[in-house]
Design a protein around this ligand. Structure first.
Ligand SMILES: NC(=O)c1ccc[n+]([C@@H]2O[C@H](COP(=O)([O-])OP(=O)(O)OC[C@H]3O[C@@H](n4cnc5c(N)ncnc54)[C@H](O)[C@@H]3O)[C@@H](O)[C@H]2O)c1
Length: 344
């Protein structure tokens, strides 16, 4: 399987997106986000998405270069309409606006309607934390989701991720998770690698549990997070539809949009306006030490904080590169050839 540096992956994605008609600045943003997802080990949100994104441009669902309009704004909020531009472009803009507003007002809420797939939500919350803010954000999918409601066997909800972040030791404490048992892209990656998925992730078209990833794309559904307690993941997902989909005006329960159409809710807190940074840092290091000092279960070497696994993978992958599955690389090359993009 071929191996690439993060910079090479970003350049490959940039070339493909540019050849697909994405304006240069936006193509750079989307390409960097895809490569960043590969860097932190979330290959489901990395360059594997290029095929889906270009297909969505072809079908007119992603509108490259569309204006990101400010529909409403106040001292501590902004409502954006992304007009179906790339989610990465809209979310990057929203983070910049949210950080600026929170610095002025103490907190800020930014809502985005009509954006496409933002990619890895934790990338944006991490950016806020690295700038010294705490943040919470979530994304809903008004279009046909892949997730069955608790007790249901048909798709109704998106994988509706939530991310929360805070500064931690010059880096970031980042929780970034789907409210479904898994991200859909992880099932796609398993399918491309010819692997099975763990029990409890998906059901087939008849509602039977299965570990065959192909069954998801054959009328099956993802399950909500929580297994037998799936009503908790389901409940979170429903509230993310309210915050991301209803408050933003993006929509819920629509079947005229493709998967990937999203509404987003972001909330930013400027720490120094609530607590001195030194005092916060002290609390954080005491807290992390207390968590880490827990007696460990048999076979467990260490307790990791949210986002730490991504930080470690990133250090490794930025140094050693990323292996791209043969099938993914074949599809990217085929796409590049079709678009006339050079991958040299
Ligand atoms: N844009 C979208 O519409 C969309 C939809 C779904 C998912 N996503 C993205 O997919 C990505 C994957 O989501 P996921 O839920 O599969 O992530 P995941 O299950 O791999 O990780 C979820 C969280 O658990 C933490 N974690 C993982 N292993 C840990 C361990 N051993 N100890 C302590 N903490 C640990 C991670 O740091 C992370 O914060 C996310 O980046 C998410 O934003 C995006």
């Amino acid at each position: 399987m071929p191996q690439f540096s993060i910079e090479q992956l970003s350049e490959i994605a940039f070339q493909v997106l540019s050849a697909g008609g994405v304006p240069e600045g936006d193509a750079r943003i989307v390409a960097a986000e895809l490569a960043d997802a590969n860097a932190v080990g979330h290959d489901s949100h990395g360059v594997i998405r290029l095929m889906q994104y270009l297909e969505m441009i072809d079908q007119g669902f992603v509108k490259p270069g569309a204006a990101i309009d400010v529909l409403k704004t106040g001292p501590a909020f902004t409502l954006l309409d992304a007009n179906f531009n790339f989610g990465q472009v809209a979310a990057s803009r929203a983070v910049e606006l949210g950080i600026d507003q929170a610095r002025q007002a103490g907190t800020s809420t930014v809502l985005i309607r009509n954006c496409n797939h933002v990619g890895r939500l934790g990338s944006y919350s991490k950016r806020a934390a690295e700038t010294g803010l705490a943040s919470m954000m979530a994304v809903n999918a008004p279009g046909p989701g892949g997730v069955a409601p608790f007790g249901g066997i048909e798709r109704r909800l998106g994988t509706n991720p939530i991310s929360m972040s805070a500064p931690w030791d010059n880096q970031a404490l980042v929780l970034d998770m789907t409210t479904s048992a898994t991200a859909e892209g992880k099932v796609r990656v398993a399918l491309q690698k010819g692997e099975s998925v763990p029990e409890g992730w998906i059901i087939d078209a008849d509602g039977n549990p299965t570990t065959d990833p192909a069954r998801l794309y054959d009328g099956g559904a993802l399950l909500p997070l929580g297994g037998p307690l799936g009503f908790k993941g389901f409940g979170l997902s429903v509230m993310i539809d309210v915050f991301g989909g209803m408050l933003s005006g993006s929509g819920v329960g629509r079947d005229d949009l493709p998967r990937g159409a999203n509404g987003a809710w972001m909330y930013f807190v400027d720490l120094p306006q609530f607590i001195e940074r030194d005092a916060f840092d002290n609390l954080m290091s005491q807290y992390v030490a207390s968590i880490r000092s827990t007696k460990k279960a048999p076979g467990v070497e260490e307790i990791l904080m949210p986002g730490e696994i991504e930080l470690r993978r990133e250090t490794d992958r930025r140094a050693n590169g990323v292996v791209v599955p043969d099938e993914t690389w074949r599809q990217i090359q085929e796409l590049a050839a079709k678009l006339g993009a050079s991958l040299d």
